[in-house]
Design a protein around this ligand. Structure first.
Ligand SMILES: [Zn+2]
Ligand SMILES: [Zn+2]
Length: 463
């Protein structure tokens, strides 16, 4: 902790003031006043911190205030943390929090209100107060592109009966720079959240000093710093190619540039801390995250659907539709069977799409940081570390298919008895209902996460 020079109280970074503030004697200080220097006046490359390890999931979080979080941000467990003092290497940069906890709660509530079927415990004041300010580590790459490039250009015009293609070699010198291309450096912090929380305005980054951390927590960089180099290069190459194609002097040409023509060099890699308000909600063996970008206020949250709320809404809607349709025109029983059949098909398709999406998320095939920690860093290779945890359930597939079959049979046989139609429509409606319940349950699986299990015993491979 950083002591107040006036009274010895614990100084914390105050977001509204953007200064260190003592709540006992109410004095403010510049965060850089507390840079620790050795006796020769050379700034230390390290800072002191307490690392807390969650006994349940192995997630690690650190704090300079030696106060525990009370609950684990990653798995939502509220067990006693193991703590140890440590000296950590200083990150290069930090984007200090700009949004206060109140701003964050307001932004979250606004998003929660728009999530119509959100279970009400997600809007509970007690739950929302659980937001913690956490600095998330990112690797930030600076990339330079220099040198001579030749690209192919083609102009096409018509002359009489001929179409004439003119080929050009267009050459020029590149001088491009990309600064602060940032990638999630923590394997604990899910890539899907870090991507959606972006962008952070890296121009507002500041040189790191430990004072900014006071009153907050920080997640640790445990992903190798070279992991995203190729992604950063690919990204900057694509951006440059886009810029070349948009170049006004080249309009009229169809341009072809191959990516390997552009020579991208990583000029530097820096560790930057980004501010994120973080909250986790645990139910049984699932956890849902709510995050708010601490710089811009953008909300990224896992919002599940309350089944009861959904079906209450669906029932009201069905009754209203029924009354409306009955008052305007009469639907023939055979037509209603077709409509029901279409519903069955839609339910089937939705279920299949949902199921595939969950499969990829549950098995974390897209989380590069996570995969790299599990020895699966090479893109395109199969995840061999864990067995597939999610499998498509047969029941909703059977019910929706059955609904389609019944509808088709009714349509083909063209029964003259209305009662058959009514009966079959009822059966199809129940089948669609069963599919919908599975669909929503699976949606909630997709939107929440399985409890994380981190294995950080392998030591610190910060490069
Ligand atoms: Zn004080
Ligand atoms: Zn945990």
């Amino acid at each position: 902790m950083i002591e107040c020079p006036n009274c010895g109280g614990n100084l914390k970074f105050n977001i509204a003031l953007q200064k260190m503030n003592c709540s006992f004697c109410n004095s403010d200080f510049d965060p850089y006043e507390f840079d620790s220097k050795d006796k020769d006046g050379i700034e230390s490359k390290e800072y002191e911190t307490t690392i807390f390890t969650c006994p349940e999931c192995g997630g690690e979080i650190e704090s300079t205030d030696n106060e525990t979080t009370g609950f684990c941000p990653f798995c939502g467990g509220s067990t006693i943390f193991y703590s140890r003092l440590a000296k950590e290497e200083k990150p290069d940069f930090i984007i200090p929090f700009a949004k206060t906890k109140d701003d964050c709660k307001k932004a979250y509530m606004k998003a929660a209100k728009r999530a119509f079927f959100l279970p009400k415990e997600y809007k509970d004041e007690k739950y929302i107060d659980g937001f913690r300010g956490i600095y998330m580590p990112y690797w930030a790459y600076d990339i330079g592109q220099n040198g001579h490039v030749t690209i192919k250009g083609e102009k096409t015009h018509r002359s009489g009966d001929y179409i004439i293609h003119e080929h050009y070699d267009i050459s020029g010198d590149l001088d491009c720079e990309y600064n602060g291309l940032s990638y999630d450096a923590s394997s604990s912090f899910a890539d899907d959240i870090s991507e959606k929380l972006a962008p952070f305005d890296v121009k507002k980054k500041k040189p790191f000093t430990a004072g900014f951390l006071s009153g907050f927590y920080s997640d640790r960089a445990d992903v190798n710093k070279s992991l995203y180099k190729s992604d950063a290069k690919t990204f900057s190459n694509e951006q440059t190619i886009k810029r070349i194609k948009d170049e006004p002097s080249l309009s009229g040409y169809s341009i072809e540039v191959s990516k390997n023509k552009i020579n991208s060099k990583i000029k530097s890699t820096g560790r930057t801390l980004f501010p994120v308000w973080f909250m986790s909600y645990r139910k049984n063996d699932r956890v849902a995250y709510a995050t708010v970008n601490g710089q811009t206020g953008r909300v990224v949250a896992d919002f599940p659907i309350d089944l009861r709320k959904f079906f209450a809404f669906a029932a009201v809607l069905a009754v209203l539709l029924f009354l409306l349709l009955n008052s305007v025109f009469t639907v023939k029983p055979s037509t209603s069977t077709i409509i029901n059949g279409v519903f069955s098909v839609i339910a089937l398709i939705l279920y299949l799409i949902g199921s595939l999406a969950i499969k990829s998320k549950e098995n974390k095939t897209n989380d590069k940081g996570y995969q790299s920690k599990n020895g699966n860093g090479i893109p395109g290779t199969e995840n061999t570390h864990e067995p597939d945890l999610y499998k498509t359930r047969p029941l909703p597939l059977i019910t929706s298919t059955l609904g389609v079959i019944i509808a088709v049979l009714m349509f083909v046989t063209r029964s003259i008895h209305d009662e058959y139609y009514y009966f079959c429509n009822l059966v199809i409606a129940v089948l669609v209902g069963v599919t919908l319940v599975s669909l929503i349950k699976d949606y909630n699986l997709l939107i929440t996460r399985r409890l994380p299990q981190f294995d950080k015993k392998g030591g610190d491979d910060r490069a």
